[in-house]
Unconditional design. Structure first.
Length: 88
């Protein structure tokens, strides 16, 4: 149900983000709202502050893997940084 509400928000010109954090329940919809270049910029900022991808891996900025799971983006080889770390 939540994903449908978020998708409707985007469809009518709204946003799933705002003054608050994105949260894990909204990561998939970020792949709908933002284009690949925008997501790449988000990843660039994340890498600048967390080059080893240790802080909340897979949260706040969707990984390409998560976007692919949502069927929103093609992933080349599906490689994630630090696959040995637990993802929540």
């Amino acid at each position: 149900f939540g994903a449908k509400v978020l998708e409707l928000c985007i469809e009518v010109g709204g946003t799933i983000t705002g003054e608050h954090g994105v949260g894990v329940e909204k990561l998939g919809e970020m792949c709908i709202q933002f284009a690949k270049p925008e997501l790449e910029r988000f990843h660039g900022v994340k890498r600048a502050f967390d080059p080893d991808a240790l802080l909340n891996p897979g949260k706040a900025v969707p990984t390409l893997h998560r976007c692919a799971e949502m069927g929103r983006m093609h992933v080349h080889h599906g490689a994630l940084p630090h696959p040995e770390l637990a993802r929540f």
